[in-house]
Ligand binder design. Sequence first.
Ligand code: BG6
Ligand code: MG
Length: 215
Amino acid sequence: MKAVLFDLDGVLVDTAKYHYQAWKTIAAALDFELTSEQNEHLKGVSRVDSLHKIVRWAGKDIDPQQFEQFLHEKNENYLELIEEVRPKDALPGVLSFLEALQKNQIPIGLGSASKNARPILDRLGITSFFDAIIDGNDVTNSKPNPEVFLKGAKALSVEPTNCLVFEDSQAGIDAARAANMAAIAVGSSEVLKGAIHYISDFNRHPYKELAAFIE
Ligand code: BG6
Ligand code: MG
């Protein structure tokens, strides 16, 4: 392996809980209670595709104007929630893992579905670690489509097969595999399928252990 591509939400920072919270409010407006099992299917999925799923689960039919309004409300709510994000909110071990990658001259990329990725990296104070940032503003196809990771590999000038992806969502692991990349899951093998290795966080699995998959 010669490069690492990180997903953002749920891998570098626990913003997955804020997406869930914001979607729950929209679901409630559709008289629908969004469960954590259903939320698993929203992880890694773009804002638009997530709302399509929620509307379908709610069994509702809404007009395009209402759809746009819900997208806007969800994002406003989410932006309020992420105002609180600070460097201390990087998930355990993330900072030292990034430092170790940099020290070992491993190219680092971001492959996120989120259109809010850059401000979140800035709030965490880790933007400068990234040699390439591909986010929801750069792609037309949502994970599990491989576009975001293929663009990441290209931006890092690395072959897809030489990239290792860190992901917390099934859509993201499927996207990595579709891009011919190996994925390490941040989460459990009971929920996430198809990764080559599973970690709970970067603290419990220090660079030395993960280096075997990278160098
Ligand atoms: C992904 C999240 O990283 O980004 C999804 O896992 C989210 O839950 C998607 O829907 C899009 O995010 P945003 O910030 O553009 O609404
Ligand atoms: Mg994620």
